[in-house]
Design a protein around this ligand. Structure first.
Ligand SMILES: C[S@@+](CC[C@H](N)C(=O)[O-])C[C@H]1O[C@@H](n2cnc3c(N)ncnc32)[C@H](O)[C@@H]1O
Length: 228
């Protein structure tokens, strides 16, 4: 059964989007999109043969093999520039997603929508999005299988002003579900508190400055949490 995470990602696709699912693995996103009449045809790609075989099996079970063009290769390499206008890239590190977008620069001018779900390295991915002609138009934070997942949807558009907190928490992500957001912030606070404790017991005088910076960050997180 398709996960809530993949469903949320897929539901950002609109009827007229021409979609590529990069790193499709089992092909669950294409299957969901076709089953739910969101689109009729799309491309799905993966770097590795094993996942593509999985996708082939799943698509064939559903009778959808003729609706999904499966391709092998890294990132946007298996696509011809301009043949998709919407890229879904999910379940990979933020740095890898950013590299895929940077390496795909001849594709970027044709991409109107990015539906992304980085596993980590989210700040630098948001920075890249906001500095490369996209606006963040929607976001989600969900907690599934004991993991927090951040989803970012960006579209081509006017420059969006941002600060460091936007890079970390987006623009509207935390307001959608305050209870999940509070747990997300608590998890981040606990992580930093552990670092501070570690510095207090083992740190050099050099790391004292770092400790003060971490403590400021904790205060900031509490401020954000208070507003939820
Ligand atoms: C953890 S799975 C995520 C699958 C699915 N997108 C999801 O969100 O559930 C990551 C997939 O990305 C593929 N992958 C890794 N690096 C890639 C790259 N540079 N280009 C395309 N696919 C890649 C892997 O082979 C794997 O199938």
């Amino acid at each position: 059964m398709i996960s809530e995470r993949l469903k949320i990602l897929a539901n950002y696709v609109n009827k007229n989007d021409i979609v590529g699912d990069i790193g499709t693995d089992h092909g669950f996103i294409p299957i969901y999109l076709i089953e739910n009449n969101k689109i009729n045809k799309m491309i799905a790609s993966d770097l590795n043969e094993g996942p593509l075989d999985n996708a082939k099996k799943e698509l064939s079970l559903k009778g959808f093999l003729n609706k999904v063009d499966l391709r092998i290769g890294s990132g946007l390499v298996p696509y011809t520039p301009g043949e998709i206008n919407t890229a879904i890239i999910a379940g990979m590190g933020g740095n890898l997603i950013r590299t895929i977008l940077i390496d795909g620069k001849e594709h970027i001018k044709y991409l109107n929508k990015l539906i992304l779900q980085p596993m980590h390295g989210v700040e630098e991915l948001r920075r890249w999005i906001l500095n490369n002609g996209f606006r963040i138009i929607d976001e989600d934070l969900l907690f599934e299988n004991n993991i927090f997942y951040e989803i970012i949807v960006a579209e081509k558009g006017e420059t969006q002003k941002y600060d460091e907190l936007n890079l970390e928490f987006g623009f509207n992500m935390l307001n959608k579900n305050p209870e999940i957001s509070k747990s997300f912030l608590d998890m981040k606070i606990q992580k930093i508190e552990r670092i501070v404790e570690d510095i207090e017991s083992h740190g050099s005088s050099m790391s004292q400055l770092r400790k003060e910076q971490f403590k400021d960050r904790i205060k900031q997180y509490y401020e954000v949490r208070k507003c939820l």
